[in-house]
Design a protein around this ligand. Sequence first.
Ligand code: ADP
Ligand code: MG
Length: 249
Amino acid sequence: RMEVGKLHTGCEEFDELMGGGIETQSITEMYGEFGSGKTQIAHQLAVNTQLPKEMGGLDGSVIIIDTENTFRPERIEQMVAGLSQKFEQDFDPAEFLKNIHVARAYNSNHQILLVDAAMEMANKLKNTDKPVRLVIVDSLTAHFRAEYVGRGTLADRQQKLNKHLHDLQRFGDLNNASVIVTNQVMSKPDAFFGDPTRPIGGHILGHTATFRLYIRKSKGDKRIVKLVDSPCLPDGEAVACITTDGLCD
Ligand code: ADP
Ligand code: MG
C-alpha cells in the first residue's frame, strides 16, 4: 500500500477539517443543493492536484467524468490565475487544462464504463511525470436518479451505484488517487427521496464513501463545509469562500 497523499483545497480550515487535505485512496462525497458549490470545489481540486507536493498538490493529472456538462475550461483558467497570484509564479493555464481529461457520460451505463476508460488512461500515464492522482465524478447520481424512477427500480439502482463506487474505490487504490463524487440533494423534503440531508444513494453511498461532506451556501461567497459521519475524523464544519480566484479561506 502506497503512502496516502493529502490534497490541499486552497482553504486552510477545509484542509484541517479533512485531517490535512483530501486523502488519496479514498472516496470523498460532496453533497448539497444545486448551486451550493460542489462543481466549483471540484474544479479547484482539478487544478490543485497538478501542483507539486510542496504546494499542497499531488503532482498528478486529473480525470473528470462529467455527467451534467458543467465542466468549464474558463473557470480552470481563472483558478490558475488565482494560484499564480497566491504563489507569485507564472503558472500556464494551458498546461493545467492539458492535464485535465474530461469525458462526458451520456447515461448511467456509460458513466460506469468510463471508469474502465479512466483506468486505461491511468495505466498509460502511470510512469510519466503526471500520473493520474484525481478522478472526479460530477454528478455521481444525476443519471441514476433520472433513469431509475419508481419503487421497483430502487434496488437495481442501488446495486449499480454500489458497483460503480466499488470500481471507483479500486481506481483510487490502484493509482494512489483521490476520488471525488458529487451528489445533489433537495432543499425541501422530497416525497420520494425523503429527508433532504440524506442524499440519494442513501446508506449504500454512506458505507462506501469514506468522507462525506455536506456543502451549503452561507452569506456572500461563503460556503459551509460539514464533515459527516467520518470513520476516523471528528465531525465538524469549515467555512470556505468561492471567489473568481477560486476556493480560499
Ligand atoms: P453545484 O455544483 O453544487 O450545483 P456550483 O459549484 O455550480 O454548484 O456553484 C455555483 C455557484 O458558484 C454560483 O452560484 C456562484 O455563487 C459560484 N461561482 C461560480 N462561478 C464563479 C466565479 N467565476 N466567481 C465566483 N463565484 C462563482
Ligand atoms: Mg454541479
